[in-house]
Design a protein around this ligand. Structure first.
Ligand SMILES: CC(C)(COP(=O)(O)OP(=O)(O)OC[C@H]1O[C@@H](n2cnc3c(N)ncnc32)[C@H](O)[C@@H]1OP(=O)(O)O)[C@@H](O)C(=O)NCCC(=O)NCCS
Length: 144
């Protein structure tokens, strides 16, 4: 059964996702691990959260919400969103991001993110984000 739950590192299941993501050429999950380990980002400030999507014992996706370090206090930032390759295009990413946005509504007025792949850009636009011209973000959604 698919469930979404808060994640705390270190977690061996995250290590497996990191390995897969590096093979695909994404290094942002490796950063999740490293930043947690050195205390730089543990998604633990007010309004922040790190979530995992599980299917039974398997972790199939992760994603986090930070206070946007480049924005104002009412701006949240989606980070480290990753769905394991074999489970993509099945609604898992959408379910995860919608849950992060529900969480964001309690504290933030807007959500921003930066992506550098067209695939992810389309995914976020499908969820209502609009492209923005900003040095620190590619997409934004006004939360209501
Ligand atoms: C981007 C990513 C998170 C999407 O997750 P997913 O589980 O495959 O996406 P979903 O199945 O929930 O798709 C949600 C919507 O986005 C659309 N979408 C997803 N991938 C798409 C693509 N490549 N092109 C166009 N639309 C796409 C889907 O069609 C769906 O819309 P629908 O409801 O009308 O069918 C996933 O592909 C991924 O982890 N990619 C690698 C890491 C990455 O790029 N992360 C983002 C970093 S910012």
């Amino acid at each position: 059964m698919i469930a979404i739950e808060p994640l705390s590192l270190p977690d061996r299941r995250v290590t497996s996702l990191v390995t897969l993501s590096l093979k695909e050429g994404f290094n942002f999950l490796d950063r999740l691990d490293a930043d947690w380990a050195n205390g730089e980002n543990r998604f633990d400030a007010r309004g922040e959260i790190l979530l995992g999507v599980t299917d039974g014992a398997a972790l199939i996706a992760v994603g986090g919400l930070n206070i946007d370090p480049y924005g104002t206090a009412d701006c949240g930032r989606l980070r480290r969103v990753y769905v394991t390759p074999s489970r993509r295009t099945n609604g898992v990413g959408a379910m995860l991001v919608k849950t992060l946005l529900d969480h964001a509504r309690a504290k933030f007025r807007v959500a921003r993110l930066r992506t550098d792949t067209e695939r992810a850009a389309k995914f976020y636009e499908r969820l209502g984000f609009r492209r923005i011209d900003d040095p620190n973000a590619t997409h934004e959604l006004t939360l209501v």
